[in-house]
Design a protein around this ligand. Structure first.
Ligand code: OOG
Ligand code: NI
Length: 463
């Protein structure tokens, strides 16, 4: 029997090999990422504080895009077989000036032990054809008809996935078959793309065309994690690879790394076959797949996140006043003035999540520990380890989508969008969409309860 986590690790590995043959620049990115990780670990004793070099070097997230609720449910079934469950709701429709008519979640392992075994995650976006800002009734109907006729996941694959989920793994032979079919489902199809149909959708939105203009889905990008993204950004440039203008997310600064920083190289022209209106087949190219890379920091609480959002808004305002300035430079100044400068302050102000352990050497023999968390930390009764952010940022996601789109698409802003939220997405998927804040809080609170018990304190009082 191959258990769930081994299926996940094998799937991530095979997908990476497959994507490397499809997109050779991805292999360059992996080489540079490996180089940078080793240098960072060698030069800086703290570099591995948020992830060991083994975990970080193996770590990836993928992105896929699907067209219908049924396809979304099927994707969820395949990921469930791999121990990956929906976490987080992202609405990208308003997050960018380009037309991005999708809502998204990320499938990932939920608990720390599973993440430690293999942290593979897939950002998965669902097209919203009912959104009148992008699609009129006629286009919606044709789009839905087109999508309802395609089958992107074979019944055999779905049966095996169902079995793997319920039996927490698969016998060796079935596991092999499942992995082969699952990887194939995310390969770029050789099937000719209907030129007229694709172009019609592309006028509305390049993302809509990438989803609804073709007969299958494919991995859009596969993102390695690095310990030093600024160094990677420069190194890729040195190798002559054109990167997007800036790293997205928090600035690099002396204080704690939080959330997520991402950047990417620009989408490359890939040869694709097209069916012309006269029925003939020609070869052309499409630029939709790009190479993203990311650095992960500490998970923020709602309070920390609110401050983060405020600082980003402040950066935007200054950027508007100083067109041409570097967003990262402006952000750094703002962060130096307003963001907690170290982990201790983040913990004391309840801005970030940590796991807590009773200190191995207690400082005050015979004394009773204080009841409150800041007191426990300051007195050296417990130690805090940061919890790494395992999710995504809508704003960066939109930036990554947008910086790689050739054209803006169109949107009728006089109309209002179809309403979507995490609950509705749960109903669509027919599985709970987990709230990342709840997951981090549970992990933190469990550790704190155990630490307090070990110190002989009541488990719940929390200062
Ligand atoms: C997904 C974009 C979002 C990220 O890392 O934020 C994403 C897509 O392009 O389909 O992957
Ligand atoms: Ni991504």
């Amino acid at each position: 029997m191959i258990p769930t986590w081994r299926l996940r690790a094998a799937f991530a590995h095979r997908l990476s090999d497959m994507y490397g043959t499809e997109v050779p620049a991805y292999t360059t990115l992996l080489d540079v990422a490996g180089e940078v990780n080793h240098e960072a670990a060698r030069e800086n004793a703290d570099a591995e504080r948020l992830g060991s070099i083994e975990r970080v070097t193996a770590e990836r997230h993928g992105a896929i895009r699907v067209g219908t609720p049924q396809e979304m449910r099927q994707a969820a079934q395949i990921f469930a077989a791999l121990g990956m469950h929906p976490a987080g709701f992202y609405d990208l429709r308003d997050a960018a000036s380009s037309a991005i008519p999708v809502i998204s979640t990320a499938f990932r392992p939920l608990d720390a032990a599973e993440l430690a075994r293999n942290p593979f995650r897939v950002f998965t976006s669902l097209l919203t054809p009912a959104d009148r800002r992008f699609f009129d009734a006629d286009l919606q109907a044709r789009l839905e008809t087109f999508l309802s006729r395609r089958e992107i996941f074979a019944p055999e694959l779905l049966d095996l996935a169902h079995r793997a989920e319920h039996e927490a793994g698969l016998p060796r032979e079935q596991a092999e078959r499942f992995l082969t079919l699952a990887v194939a489902a995310f390969e770029l199809s050789a099937e000719p793309v209907d030129q007229t149909w694709y172009a019609e959708l592309e006028r509305v939105s390049a993302v809509a065309a990438d989803i609804g203009g073709v007969s299958s889905t494919h991995i859009n990008h596969l993102t390695p994690r690095v310990l030093d993204i600024d160094r990677l950004y420069r190194r890729m440039g040195d190798r002559g690879i054109v990167m997007i203008d800036e790293i997205q997310g928090p600035p690099r600064w002396e204080g704690p790394d939080v959330l997520l920083r991402q950047t990417s190289f620009r989408a490359l022209a890939e040869p694709r076959r097209f069916r012309r209106p006269d029925g003939g087949v020609t070869t052309g190219s499409l630029r939709v797949r790009f190479g993203e890379v990311e650095a992960r920091g500490i998970a923020l609480t709602q309070v920390g996140r609110a401050l983060y959002d405020e600082l980003i808004a402040e950066t935007d305002r200054r950027l508007a006043d100083h067109p041409g300035a570097s967003g990262q430079d402006l952000a750094r100044d703002i962060w130096r003035a307003r963001f907690p400068r170290d982990e201790r302050q983040l913990a004391a102000e309840k801005m970030a999540y940590f796991t807590y352990q009773p200190a191995t050497r207690r400082p005050h023999d015979g004394q009773r520990p204080p009841a409150d968390l800041p007191g426990l930390l300051e007195g050296g009764w417990i130690t805090a380890d940061p919890i790494v952010y395992e999710d995504f940022l809508p704003r960066s996601a939109a930036g990554i989508f947008q910086s790689n789109l050739a054209n803006e698409g169109t949107r009728d802003t006089t109309r209002s969008g179809a309403h979507y939220d995490a609950r509705r997405l749960s109903e669509t998927i027919e599985r709970p969409v987990h709230d990342p804040f709840d997951l981090y809080a549970a992990q933190q609170n469990d550790s704190l309860r155990l630490a307090r018990r070990a110190l002989g304190l009541s488990p719940s009082a929390d200062g």
